[in-house]
Design a protein around this ligand. Sequence first.
Ligand code: AHR
Length: 511
Amino acid sequence: MGNLENPTAKITIDPAFVVGPVRRKTFGAFVEHLGRCVYTGIFEPEHPKADDDGFRTDVLDLTKELGVSTVRYPGGNFVSGYRWEDGVGPKEDRPTRLDLAWHSSDPNLVGVDEFAKWSEKAGVEPMMAVNLGTRGPQEALDLLEYSNIKGGTALSEQRKANGAVEPHNITMWCLGNEMDGFWQIGHKKADEYARVAAETARAMRMVNPDLELVACGSSGPTMPTFGEWERVVLNETYELVDLISAHQYFEDFGDLQEHLSAGHRMEAFIKDLVSHIDHVKSANKSGKQVNISFDEWNVWHMSRDESKVPTGDDWPVAPVLLEDRYTVADAVVVGDLLITLLRNTDRVHSASLAQLVNVIAPIMTEPGGRAWRQTTFHPFALTSQNASGTVLNLAVESPLLETEKTSGFTALSAVATFDAEAKEAVVFAVNRSATDALTLDAAVGSLNASKVIEAVTYSNKDPYWQATADDSTSVLPSENVSVKLDGGRLTAALPAVSWTMIRLSLEDQVN
Ligand code: AHR
């Protein structure tokens, strides 16, 4: 704990050590019918900046700037009680329903057609979840037919009559959500879920064998079901699905050093999950590789008042819920989590920051008013905008940190990407120390780097600074003037609690 004895971390970056490609799907997000994510988030027809479809153009612009690739929809816990048919057709005929997951009411003004249209405008790929809580394979098939069949069937013709002439061609589908969670509507035992997931996947593949299907993993690594759930579910579905989901949230309980160990804890979870997947692969002598869809991850201060759902007779539409305000330290953690996901690109093939707007989100809105960036927006946007090519496996020699709960984690968390075509390599680095600066000393000789194009660091004297609607810009990522490239050596001073990105221009590579 506390001071670093030798505050230098050494890394070696070599383009020969490839983990795998930088996957655009690592930069996914999530839009759930929860709080103000949809209503007054992406959709607010009365807003002065709303377009003809009622979508907020300020939110669309920020979504593009964030660099989001896929967006998971419509939940989350919400999906386990959702009737997708309520959200299609003339808006005046759509019913308002109770949303049991968040003790709210949903007027169903946004449904699959609106979400597909929003996705197109935002330049993102929709990732659809089906309800396996209160519903089953038939309703999943109906939604698939409605969404993806060109025409000539009852449901595809219904879609066309509703104004969506072209099919939505949604290829990524989640088979339910967090089905082992006691809070989930229609939650199931592992074998019950395994059966329904297998039946649903099999039937959906009869419509289109090329869909990318995601089975529900356990709701998190601390669930008593974690591990055994994966074993039972994958035993039944291994040959039918492509990915299994992982969900993990991190909370700051007041021990900053512990909070900053989040990336290390995520890494451990990924390794565990990979073991569970590969156990089933090996036990079943399968030649196929199932990978991970890390489709819910973020900092979420779950035990604070912001996450208290309405109770009793109060069933509001779009209440203020889960509107966590993020600190610079939270942003450093988010940056580290993204570094961790990239570092595991060989097994994490898709990921979704939960969520996109207002609900534990990088983008915030005022109803009728401004849209603004939280602290967590910055490391996500800069990573998404600049990581390209391949992810490199770094040799890392870092001092270790420890807390009462978490022992022996590296002060430095880093990853590098290498793009031979663009002649650029990028180093993303986090100093996880709550108290001490760290010197980064990188051997980069084999990169053949000619100069530093850009070096920025996100940190602040007060790591608890938060952005607000009135001041979201006084603490921004700023130039790190300490960064030096001298021959084959790159050095940088990384302040305590900081996230850094260094872009290097490369000479032609000699093989
Ligand atoms: O993202 C908020 C909630 O967290 C989701 O609805 C649920 O899947 C998870 O428990």
